[in-house]
Write a protein that binds this ligand. Structure first.
Ligand SMILES: O=CCCC(=O)O
Length: 503
């Protein structure tokens, strides 16, 4: 395989030849222009496979963010006048260029997130599925007619784009999370200032490079990059600036609560997609192999780094040993380790040493409190500094061990025995999180009963993967506000206007 340095922006040789090196840029995108930071500052982006610096990206402050918001507001005044048909045609063109550049986008995702290249293609395609869904929704943003009580009045409603949207996206599925938020906002007729996670800014930049080719008004999409130290000042500007009408955030519950509080000061609408801690329940009447396969995808996809990954695995005591044996056998034959550039590899490192430390802490805490590791995974040595193998823990207790109340965000599968439906529902619903839950049963009455009793925004019944462009994605309680994807994801960026006409 050729090792190449694709352009002088990429600071390391990699086993991939970019088809279009112009997608690799390290500048911010404001008002249709690619700009350095006014201070000249940049920050490093690391390859999680070996912790080597791969890019240096411009590090902005609130000053540039203010300008980006102004640019987005100016663009909004033009863009909101476009017909729905014209908006759909533009989105269709954006989809076409994203598809044409699928290989390079997947490569950038692998580079800055350490995702195996095969998984990166999955995230690019998942992202594209949102754009395709939103394209269909644009021309179906219908209003209603409402029978008026006053006989000479007629009332009808329209859906109006809200204005400038601030989007703050996470590192864990950068292409898909950006397209899910930005695609919906643009489909609704809004303009966007996007702040990508400091770990994965290059995916956002590449997406904006493609967006630029389509012909939207300058300033329709703006990218403001910054490291962890500058994120608070950027975040403050996004929350306080009155031109921003909606802030959409995916990330931790702690940060989400803070941003929501700040946005409350100017009564901005918010969409919050926050932490999960998903329960995964296997009842005694489950098809055990089906439940194992579901857990493999729910727990271990993206090395356990999604907000909907199973975190607490409750298994009925009577089937625990059979379930653990089958889970271990299936995971041993499912995962292939090695270079993230090898298409056969399907399990990669964690995104950074911070991610690794958290998983290690949860493991140490569980072991110190009586858990045991079930048959350590073999062939996982020398996989780099941030690698953590799929690990199954037995004898776990969700009420006393840390994983019970905190998301692990890694490939640790703690198996907790339970004895009754009542007990497991109490355990599953204990905490303030309520994003996704999963359960396996072959009993039809239990299926409805448990699906209705679980206190989460999304329930997977006999499936380990609920995420899809047409599915309303979001949580209840402290897991969030609003829904992404689906028709609700687009409607979220509109306001209902009622018009009353006297005749
Ligand atoms: O981690 C956040 C969301 C991932 C998904 O959409 O499945």
């Amino acid at each position: 395989m050729a090792f190449t340095s694709a352009s002088n922006v990429l600071l390391k040789n990699i086993p991939y030849q970019f088809k279009d090196v112009s997608l690799l840029d390290n500048r911010a995108y404001i008002g249709g222009k690619w700009l350095p930071a006014e201070s000249g500052a940049t920050f490093p982006v690391f390859d999680p496979e070996d912790n080597v610096v791969i890019f240096r990206v411009v590090n902005l402050t609130d000053v540039e963010v203010h300008k980006a918001i102004d640019a987005a507001q100016t663009a909004f005044l033009t863009y909101k006048e476009f017909s729905h048909r014209k908006r759909r045609q533009l989105l269709h063109q954006w989809i076409t260029v994203v598809k044409e550049n699928r290989d390079d986008l997947a490569a950038i995702c692998t580079l800055e997130l350490g995702k195996p290249i095969t998984e990166s293609y999955v995230t690019v395609d998942y992202g594209l599925s949102f754009l395709e869904w939103f394209e269909g929704e644009i021309e179906r943003l219908y209003g209603e007619t409402i029978p008026a009580a006053r006989e000479n009045n007629r009332i009808f409603t329209t859906r109006e784009p809200q204005g400038v949207v601030a989007a703050i996206t996470p590192w864990n599925s950068p292409i898909a999370m950006i397209l899910r938020k930005v695609g919906a906002a643009i489909a609704a007729g809004c303009t966007v200032v996007l702040k990508p996670a400091p770990e994965t800014p290059m995916c956002a930049i590449a997406i904006a490079k493609l967006f630029e080719r389509v012909g939207y008004p300058a300033g329709t999409l703006n990218i403001v990059t910054g490291d962890a130290a500058s994120s608070p000042s950027i975040g403050n500007e996004l929350c306080r600036n009155k031109l921003v009408r909606h802030l959409s955030f995916t990330g931790s519950t702690a940060v989400g609560k803070f941003l929501n509080g700040e946005c409350g000061k100017s009564l901005k609408k918010t969409s919050m997609e926050l932490g999960g801690n998903a329960p995964f329940i296997v009842f005694e009447d489950a098809d055990i192999q089906k439940a194992v396969d579901g857990l493999i995808s729910s727990k271990f996809r993206s090395s356990g780094q999604t907000c909907v990954c199973a975190n607490r695995v409750f298994v009925h005591r009577s089937i625990m040993s059979e379930f653990a044996e089958k889970l271990n056998a299936t995971q041993q034959k499912t995962f292939v380790y090695g270079s993230v550039w090898d298409p056969k590899v399907n399990f990669g490192p964690l995104y950074s040493s911070r991610g690794l430390e958290k998983v290690q802490k949860h493991l140490e805490d569980a072991l110190a409190n009586g858990a045991t590791v079930f048959d350590k995974t073999s062939n996982t040595e020398n996989q780099g500094p941030n690698f953590f193998p799929p690990t199954i823990l037995l004898d776990c207790n969700a009420e006393t061990m840390r994983f019970g109340s905190e998301e692990t965000f890694g490939p640790l599968a703690p198996l907790v025995p339970f004895d009754s439906e009542e007990e497991v529902l109490r355990l599953a619903n204990t905490y303030e999180s309520g994003l996704a839950s999963y359960f396996y049963t072959e009993n039809i009455s239990r299926l409805w009963r448990v699906a209705e009793a679980l206190d989460t925004g999304m329930v997977g019944v006999r499936v380990g993967l609920v995420s899809a462009c047409e599915q309303p994605f979001g949580g209840v309680k402290e897991s969030g506000i609003g829904r992404e994807g689906s028709k609700f994801g687009v409607e979220d960026y509109t306001d209902v206007k009622s018009i009353t006409v006297g005749i």
